[in-house]
Design a binder for this molecule. Structure first.
Ligand code: SF4
Length: 181
């Protein structure tokens, strides 16, 4: 025990350094995202986040979008508690068998037009859990996915860039398949 304590006194940091992101970059992206969402959609975009079996790493980064620094809701994007109020189902984690029906129910509860975004390597491909007997894998195996944002986990800047691309794409695809249901 004493040896462990002494070693830990002299051991350097074991964590990776945080990515260098200037304050200006997230602010510029948030402003662009807000303008894009309002300009293209004419209103704010409501997102229902669904954890389909995540390790919670992706949720930590998504939660960071709502902290005092990013404050995503200022820019017209909000996370909602009910899929009935959502335009977008944002899925994280490898789809576990236990969450299959919950994911289907959430999607069916949404009003058209509705969209699906897979966030993180697990939701995009199954990630490190692909092949597990407890998991089905990528969200796209069950639902049509409109956007994939890879990363393990994707950081807030990557998430913002993905959401901006998504808001732009909505304008160029006004007759989306999900408007039919
Ligand atoms: S992509 Fe990485 S951080 Fe996100 S749920 Fe999977 S293992 Fe966790």
């Amino acid at each position: 025990m004493r040896r462990t304590l002494i070693e830990s006194l002299f051991r350097g940091k074991l964590t990776e350094p945080a990515p260098r992101v200037g304050e200006a970059e997230p602010m510029a992206l948030l402003t662009e995202l807000g303008e894009t969402a309002r300009g293209r959609l004419g209103r704010s975009l409501a997102i229902r986040e669904l954890d389909a079996g995540s390790c919670n790493g992706c949720e930590l980064e998504i939660t960071a979008l709502g902290n005092a620094f990013h404050d995503l809701e200022r820019f017209g994007l909000k996370f909602v508690a009910s899929p009935r109020h959502a335009d977008v189902l944002m899925i994280t984690g490898p789809l576990t068998r236990n969450m299959l029906e919950a994911m289907r129910s959430a999607y069916e509860a949404m009003a058209a037009p509705k969209f699906v975004i897979a966030v993180g390597d697990c939701a995009c491909t199954g990630g490190v859990f692909a092949g597990s007997p407890a998991c089905i894998g990528a969200a796209a195996q069950i639902l049509d996915v409109d956007l994939r944002i890879p990363g393990c986990p994707p950081d807030p800047v990557t998430l913002l860039k993905g959401l901006i691309g998504f808001a732009n794409a909505l304008a160029s695809a006004p007759t989306h398949r999900s408007t039919q249901s």
